[in-house]
Design a binder for this molecule. Structure first.
Ligand SMILES: [Zn+2]
Length: 99
């Protein structure tokens, strides 16, 4: 069973308590009315879909209910680190291009 550590509860809990919420650190344009259609489409739909360490947003849905971020290796499904909203721990992200 995959265990995920919630940085707020500070406990490792079963994956079933959590929900994946997409790629982390996607910034909404400050003034959406001034961006082009292409820029808006990129904000809405384009994600890195990287292979290897990946910054993700998760929610402890059946626990404290809070959102947090994680770096997970998509090749092994192992969580490298989880961290609270507003934090940005340094970690080398080396993206691999699928062959
Ligand atoms: Zn929690």
């Amino acid at each position: 069973m995959l265990l995920i550590t919630c940085p707020y509860c500070e406990e490792s809990r079963p994956e079933l308590e959590f929900h994946y919420e997409g790629e982390a650190h996607i910034a909404r344009p400050l003034n959406p009315t001034t961006v082009s259609d292409e820029e808006w489409a990129e904000f809405l739909y384009v994600r890195s879909n990287s292979r290897g360490p990946h910054r993700e947003r998760w929610r402890h849905l059946h626990g404290c209910g809070r959102f947090f971020n994680a770096i997970r290796d998509t090749r092994t499904d192992k969580f490298i680190i989880t961290y609270r909203q507003g934090e940005f721990p340094e970690h080398e992200i080396v993206e691999e291009t699928p062959k």
